[in-house]
Design a protein around this ligand. Structure first.
Ligand SMILES: [Zn+2]
Length: 164
C-alpha cells in the first residue's frame, strides 16, 4: 500500500473508527504518514481546547512595544502554545528496541546466573509466577505502546467529507 492510498483511506475513516490492519501497518512503518497523522491529531486537540498557556517573562521579547502587547494579551487571559506536541513522542524505533529488550530479557533470564540460582532454589514453584510476571510486563508494555500511539490504531480527529 502506497502513502497516498493509505493516507486517503485513513482520512476517509470516521472519528473513533478502528483503523484497518493494512493502513495500521503502513502507519507503523511509514514515518511520513505517521507524522502527518500525529500533526493532524495534535492540531485538532489544540483547536478543540481553550487557549490556556500563560505567557512568562522568559518567552517575552526585549521589544517594549511587543512586551506591552503581549502583556495586554496575557491580561486578557489569551495565549497560544508554542511547543510542538509531535516532537515529544518516543520514536517507534525506540519502542521496538525496548520491546525486543523486554522479550529477550525474559527469554534469557532462566539461563543467567540469577535464573539458574532461582530454579535451583525454588524449582517448579518458580514457573507460574515467572510466566505471570512475563505476561503482566508484556501486557503493560503493549498497553503503553497502544495508549501513547493511539492515533495509529483509532482515528482521533474528524475530517470533513464532501458529498458528491
Ligand atoms: Zn506513507
Amino acid at each position: 500500500m502506497n502513502c497516498s492510498k493509505a493516507f486517503d483511506h485513513y482520512i476517509a475513516l470516521d472519528k473513533h473508527e478502528r483503523v484497518p490492519l493494512p493502513v495500521m501497518v503502513h502507519l507503523v512503518f511509514c514515518p511520513v504518514c505517521r507524522a502527518a497523522v500525529r500533526q493532524m491529531a495534535a492540531a485538532e486537540t489544540l483547536l478543540s481546547r481553550p487557549l490556556s498557556v500563560r505567557l512568562t517573562k522568559s518567552n517575552l521579547s526585549d521589544d517594549p512595544v511587543l512586551s506591552a502587547a503581549l502583556d495586554k494579551i496575557a491580561a486578557a487571559g489569551l495565549a497560544y502554545p508554542v511547543r510542538d506536541p509531535v516532537a515529544k513522542r518516543v520514536s517507534l524505533l525506540r519502542w521496538f528496541l525496548v520491546g525486543i529488550l523486554l522479550a529477550g530479557g525474559f527469554a534469557l533470564f532462566p539461563f543467567t546466573s540469577s535464573g539458574i540460582w532461582m530454579q535451583a532454589e525454588f524449582g517448579k514453584a518458580l514457573v507460574v509466577p515467572f510466566y505471570i510476571l512475563c505476561g503482566c510486563a508484556v501486557t503493560a508494555y503493549g498497553g503503553l505502546f497502544v495508549g501513547t500511539n493511539i492515533d495509529l490504531f483509532v482515528k482521533r480527529f474528524k475530517t470533513l467529507k464532501t458529498g458528491f
